[in-house]
Design a protein around this ligand. Structure first.
Ligand SMILES: CC(=O)SCCNC(=O)CCNC(=O)[C@H](O)C(C)(C)COP(=O)(O)OP(=O)(O)OC[C@H]1O[C@@H](n2cnc3c(N)ncnc32)[C@H](O)[C@@H]1OP(=O)(O)O
Length: 625
């Protein structure tokens, strides 16, 4: 930023001598300022510091202080530019309220919207700060400015609740906010993208261009956010770091986002599932657990984008936990363990059985194979329920997502190399602890009993299923076996399709007999393992348009998904939802986005005034600020 020949930049530790000289010349306190320099900005004329402003940040509140401009440059907009910058950065950081103490310039700060208030009402964190503890005199006026208002819907206008702050939930929130719809995002985890972070080490096979929702990108653009390289493949955690966290830091998103808020159940106010008359007018009631307390929130519509990651399928081939599975839980990892990172010791030198035929299993097997190379005592076994492996190995070079094709080809090469014991057509029925190891029991493709003794660890990559307990009091229409939205079932049934192309679909397919309730994202596919993040973004666009009453846009669904290269005509060889088939792009883990480095904007920077009381006209000896 430059005002004629004045430039403004963030302060650094090396700037302290010039900053302290300017503050002292303006009789502003130095106490504790140096500790907050990372939230200070400077105005420079050449290399000379001619202005400064700073903030002390305490969670989601801040104290503006140290606003000073060299006398020869007063009233040229330097102060305004610095304060404006600090307020913008504070909003971006999610600071809800900013305070200041000033003796000389309350009227000056009033032009930014700061209002005076009783000093006793300042939050405790500020009361404990150096300025409140004596650096500013007791007569300094307390002023405050609300940067992010709490989401309180206007009378009669309840928010739309988005359940889940993963990529699709946040995309839905982006589309709703863009349309001016009051939105409330409820996320069980402590961070946005909590599920993605669970397998953050996994490289996804969809390049960035499929992994960033267009409206999220549009909302991020004014912050200086840079889209990641379109053709690069992200790690799962990079999607969180490079897209979801910067998006969540936008003030309007921060204001709508409730972390650590687990949805327990959803119903309609005053209506159980049976009662019909007037049902469509009744608000939704969302029961959540927050800080150990059950709380009920109201919403005019609900978008369930909670995914399926929290509900891992069991190992038993009949969909029930294998006999003994629960008792052996400490030796079973459900998902994709980070064997080259924190879990290396758990698997090094062990005999590990991977169960599952999807991309998650492939990732786990390839990582364990690398570990076995480094730790030759490690041994690897792989069990799949299907006797036919064409879909497991995927379309290779014919796959429109090269990384997805490569994953299948690498897995085939590993199997062909003999580096692993391979059990195809194994339907696991029981797990037992025998002689200090696990014995796996099952039936082979010919119906003959199979026993695999001597397993130390099991990685279960058998896919996920939706948690339907949240919605048991709502009227949903689900596919009887996929538990997907009913209308999507025939489009994605792995018994019928071996192909990744899903007909474009939107709000109509995603709605239920329960008016105002939509299932989006991986959960809309139920147990079908073929969901792509890009599908979810289009779902979000269509549903937000429908909720805004823009049916023309809502019905104009457009979806261009990459082919798998293993499309077959007619029925697929065998349905096997275990851990994501090679249809489409597999479960969310394998599908999403890019690589990292936090794109979260730099923290806010920002001061009290003279250190003693008196009127400004009397030019007090100590200013505050
Ligand atoms: C929270 C704290 O930091 S409190 C400490 C405040 N700082 C001080 O007291 C140090 C001495 N003062 C200064 O350094 C400067 O005068 C500042 C920082 C208050 C203002 O910076 P400047 O760059 O001169 O102001 P800027 O150009 O941004 O704004 C000018 C406008 O504010 C108004 N203004 C400037 N100072 C004051 C003031 N003390 N009270 C009321 N209005 C003021 C001017 O009338 C002008 O309005 P206009 O544009 O309509 O003419």
């Amino acid at each position: 930023m430059s005002l004629n020949r004045i430039s403004i930049r963030q302060a650094g530790a090396a700037d302290w001598p010039q900053i302290s000289a300017l503050l002292a010349a303006n009789k502003l306190p130095l106490d504790a300022a140096q500790a907050h320099l990372n939230h200070y900005v400077l105005a420079l004329s050449g290399s000379e510091v001619v202005g400064t402003a700073g903030a002390e940040v305490y969670g989601d509140i801040a104290l503006l202080r140290s606003v000073a401009v060299a006398p020869g440059l007063h009233r040229q907009g330097v102060g305004k530019a610095m304060v404006g910058l600090i307020l913008d950065e504070a909003r971006r950081r999610g600071i809800r309220q900013i305070y200041l103490l000033s003796v000389t310039a309350p009227e000056y700060f009033a032009q930014f919207g700061f209002k005076r208030g009783p000093r006793e009402l300042a939050p405790k964190a500020l009361q404990a700060s150096a300025e409140f503890q004596g650096a500013c005199p007791s007569c300094a006026a307390l002023m405050s400015l609300t940067l992010i208002a709490d989401v309180k819907p206007r009378a009669g206008e309840l928010p739309v609740a988005v359940l889940g702050a993963g990529p699709v939930g946040l995309a839905a929130a982006a589309h709703l906010l863009e349309r001016g719809i009051t939105t409330m995002i409820l996320e069980a985890g402590p961070s946005v993208g909590s599920n993605l972070l669970d397998y953050g080490h996994v490289r996804l096979f969809s390049p960035w261009r499929y992994d960033v929702d267009a409206v999220m990108a549009k909302m991020l653009a004014p912050t200086g956010w840079q889209a990641p390289p379109a053709e690069e493949l992200p790690l799962a955690r990079e999607i969180v770091e490079r897209v979801l966290q910067p998006f969540a830091a936008l003030p309007q998103v921060t204001a709508a986002l409730h972390l650590n808020t687990r949805v327990i159940a959803i119903s309609r106010e005053g209506f159980d599932k049976v009662k019909t008359v007037g049902r469509d007018k009744a608000p939704f009631v969302i029961r959540v657990e927050r800080d150990g307390q059950a709380v009920e929130l109201r919403a005019r519509a609900v978008i369930d984008a909670t995914g399926t990651w929290g509900q891992q399928n069991p190992i038993g081939s009949n969909g029930l936990p294998a006999l003994g599975e629960r008792e052996l839980a400490d030796a079973i990892f459900y998902g994709i363990p980070d064997v080259s990172g924190p879990l290396r010791e758990r698997y090094a030198g062990k005999r590990t059985l991977v169960v599952g035929a999807g991309h998650s299993a492939a990732n786990a097997l390839l990582a364990l194979a690398d570990l076995a190379t480094a730790e030759p005592r490690s041994r690897l076994a792989w069990a799949v329920r299907t006797p036919t492996l064409a879909r497991v190995f995927g379309g290779g070079d014919a796959d429109a997502l090269p990384a997805r094709g490569r994953l299948g080809s690498q897995l085939k090469a590993l199997r062909d190399s003999g580096a692993l014991e391979f059990f195809s057509g194994l339907r696991i029925t029981a797990l037992k602890r025998e002689n200090g190891a696990i014995t796996v029991e099952g039936i082979d493709a010919q119906g003959q009993p199979v026993r695999v003794p001597g397993i130390d660890e099991i990685v279960s990559a058998t896919g996920q299923r939706p948690d339907l307990s949240l919605t048991s009091e709502l009227r949903l229409k689900l596919d009887p076996w996929l538990e997907s939205n009913e209308a999507l079932g025939p489009l994605i049934d792995p018994n019928l399709h071996s192909c990744g192309t899903v007909r474009p679909h939107g709000h109509r397919e995603l709605s239920h007999p329960e008016p105002g309730f939509y299932t989006l994202g991986v959960k809309s596919y139920g147990r079908a393992p073929t969901f792509l993040m890009a599908t979810g973004f289009e779902q979000a666009r269509s549903v937000a348009a429908a909720l805004a009453g823009d049916l023309e846009a809502a019905d104009r669904v457009e979806l261009d998904l990459p082919e798998t290269g293993v499309c077959s005509v007619g029925a697929a060889p065998e349905a096997d939802s275990a851990g994501g088939s090679c249809c489409s792009a597999g479960p969310a883990p394998m599908v999403a986005a890019v690589q990292a480095a936090s794109a979260v904007p730099a923290p806010a920077k920002g001061g009290c005034g003279p250190k003693s009381c008196g009127t400004a006209a009397a030019a007090p000896a100590r200013c505050c600020g």
